[in-house]
Structures are given as C-alpha cells and as structure tokens.
Ligand binder design. Structure first.
Ligand code: HBI
Ligand code: FE
Length: 284
C-alpha cells in the first residue's frame, strides 16, 4: 500500500517519538476540546455504548489532549494496550508490528482550524478520540491485535491491499447492530462530524451485512464519505470471523475474482439499506 518512505530524524527504529505532552499550546488543547464537544454532543444514541463507555473509563472526558502515558496506564490495566506517538503515517510492517504487540500508534499533532472537517494524515483527534476508546473493550482489543498479526502474515503473501480493506470497512468505517438498530463504531466515522450523521441517517449509502471475503473484494474511497458501510452483529463475531480463519486460502481464491466497486450490491448481500447513491453521484 504505502511505498517506502524515510523515517524522520528523531524517531526511534520502531518509528515512535515522544508525545511531549507539555509542549502542546493552549490553542492545541482548545482545538481538541472543540472537536471533542462537537462529537460528544452527537454520539450518544449513535455510537455503540462500548465506545462511549471507553471515553468514560479512560477519563477521556476531561478537557485537553490526553497524555498518552496516562491513557496507556488505564488501557494497560483494562486490556493490556498502550498508546504510542508517531510522526505521521508509518510503513505497513511497522504499523502491523505495533498492533501485534498491543501498541496503538497515534499522531501527536492536531489539525489546524482550516482542517477542522477534513485532513489527510491522521492527527491526534482521529487517532485517539476515534480509535482508543474501543481498545478498552476486550473483544475489540483482541481483534486489533489479530489484525496486526494477520497483517504481518499478509505481507509475506502479497495480500496487504486485501487486508487493508478489512481494516477500512471495520476499524475505520464499521457499523454494528444493537437492539434492532444500527450504531457507529468505526474511528473514521465517530471522529468525523459529517460522517457520523451521513453513515447512519443519509439515504445515499448502502448498509450491508459483514462478510469477510466480500469485504476484502471491495474497493474503497479515501476522498469522500463511503458508498457502502458493512454491519457486524457483535465484536465477538468480528473477532471470531478473523482470529479463527486462515486467510491464505481466501487470498488465493480472491485472485480469480474481480474487485467490487464501492457502491456495488450483490444478490447474496444481506441488505440493511439499499442506498440511493445520490451523494456519490452528485460529485461526479
Ligand atoms: N500509520 N500512523 C499510521 N496510522 C495508520 O492507520 C496506518 C499507518 N500505516 C499503515 C496503515 N495504517 C495501513 O496501511 C494498514 O492498515 C494497511
Ligand atoms: Fe484511523
């Protein structure tokens, strides 16, 4: 997926840097608070309760950018995970290696005011607000580690692009069914004001049942809201579907199958919503 790029000066061999929490300015913390309040107001009743509970038990509800050391201490006690700072995107293998060892890598910088609704590289708000709360949930925490281990194996099989789709449509943009309703759990959704409304309420996107192989065939968009979201039944299901599966034969079988476009719907899909695709079409 990502080509070779240089490790910045000052980063350790594993690409980590110090968070240097004391060097955040008042403006940095104010930007976090602004983003936090906007999401915290909207997410009750939309995000899965485990996410909201994670914000609570990790004390992320207190103002300001979290100190990774304190966050890691609480997370370590709950599920054995840590949060470590990196300068930005890291190479795939480095990323997988950290996850396989229950370390979540997070950007330490925060977006500028003109980037409040969209930025390309994950900042501390996306990485920490979006990803960290669910790491307090044992099943999800195990899933993330299994993903990292699977990534290292996928690398050897030339299948990182396939596996990256799994991450995209679950960890970043996943929906979950709860008490007959759909709820958000993907970090890319819960950290985005626009997409946390769009993903649940807009008639445009498809909402389809999770199916591991189907999802690894499906291309995704990085420049706009998703055209399809995939719905899991539970975090235990997600963990089981991946940790207990040998991906090697799946990768081989996928070599003979054409990729699916982001908005495609198949006869065998479990359809929660058949989207109008109005949003996607309006952009072309
Ligand atoms: N690096 N910092 C960072 N954050 C990511 O989410 C990330 C990454 N490097 C690679 C990567 N994600 C993906 O390419 C893998 O999921 C395949
Ligand atoms: Fe992310």
């Amino acid at each position: 997926m990502n080509a070779e790029f240089e490790r910045p000066e000052g980063a350790a061999a594993d690409w980590t840097i110090a968070q240097d929490w004391a060097s955040y300015t008042a403006q940095d913390h104010a930007m976090w608070d602004r983003l936090f309040e906007r999401q915290a107001k909207m997410l009750p009743g939309r995000a899965v309760p485990e996410f909201l509970n994670g914000l609570d038990v990790l004390r992320m509800t207190k103002p300001g950018i979290p100190d990774f050391r304190e966050l890691s201490e609480r997370l370590m006690a709950l599920t054995g995970w840590q949060v470590v700072a990196v300068p930005g995107l890291v190479p795939d293998r480095v990323f997988f290696e950290h996850l396989a060892n229950r370390r979540f890598v997070a950007g330490r910088f925060i977006r500028r005011p003109d980037q409040i609704d969209y930025l390309e590289e994950p900042d501390v708000f996306h990485d920490v607000f979006g990803h960290v709360p669910l790491l307090s949930n044992p099943a999800f925490a195990d899933y993330m580690q299994a993903y990292g281990q699977g990534g290292l194996r996928a690398d050897g099989l030339g299948a990182i692009d396939r596996l990256a789709r799994l991450y995209w449509y679950t960890v970043e943009f996943g929906l979950i069914r709860r008490d007959g309703a759909l709820r958000l759990y993907g970090a890319g959704i819960v950290s985005s004001h626009g997409e946390s409304i769009f993903a649940l309420d807009d008639p445009s996107p498809n909402r389809l049942g999770f199916d591991l192989v189907r999802l690894m065939r499906t291309r995704y968009r990085i420049d706009d809201f998703q055209q399809s979201y995939f719905v899991i039944d539970s975090f235990d299901d997600l963990l089981r579907a991946t940790a207990e599966t040998d991906f090697a034969p799946l990768y081989r079988a996928l070599e003979d199958q054409a990729d699916l476009e982001p908005g495609d719907v198949l006869a065998e899909d479990r359809i929660f919503t058949l989207g109008t695709q109005r949003h996607a079409r309006a952009k072309i």
